[in-house]
Design a protein. Structure first.
Length: 132
């Protein structure tokens, strides 16, 4: 319990530091910056059933990603991985998947509390994976 509270306090501290300094839609967790600007998944999103990325992932990879995001890990959009850290985005498909389960991860919950993320702005996507 103590670790959870300490971790959340650290996240709040980092969030406010970045929000006041840059006024960006940005969150920091253990030194990793993350933005929440994406509202719909890209056509290659691994969270879209049958997408090129979804069908080419190695066996067990999507299950591992789902397990991680359910355990409060963030997931960077693969199309923003080559951008500077301050421009990388949280995967919209992952956020839609978690919201569909009504299980937003910790980073999403904290970002929502301080106004950096709004679940109501995510676009619904009927092809989001759902059998994990």
């Amino acid at each position: 319990m103590y670790y959870h509270v300490e971790k959340e306090f650290y996240l709040y501290f980092e969030l406010f530091k970045y929000k006041s300094k840059y006024d960006w839609n940005l969150i920091s967790k253990r030194g990793e910056e993350m933005r929440f600007d994406l509202k719909k998944p890209c056509k290659d999103c691994p969270f879209i059933k049958g997408s090129s990325t979804n069908v080419t992932l190695s066996e067990g990879r999507i299950e591992g990603i789902v397990k991680d995001i359910r355990n409060d890990m963030s997931f960077t959009c693969h199309k923003t991985l080559d951008k500077p850290k301050l421009e990388q985005q949280h995967c919209a498909g992952a956020m839609i998947f978690l919201e569909k389960e009504d299980r937003p991860n910790q980073i999403m919950r904290i970002a929502e509390r301080i106004g950096l993320y709004d679940r109501s702005k995510l676009e619904t996507c009927p092809n989001i994976i759902d059998d994990y």
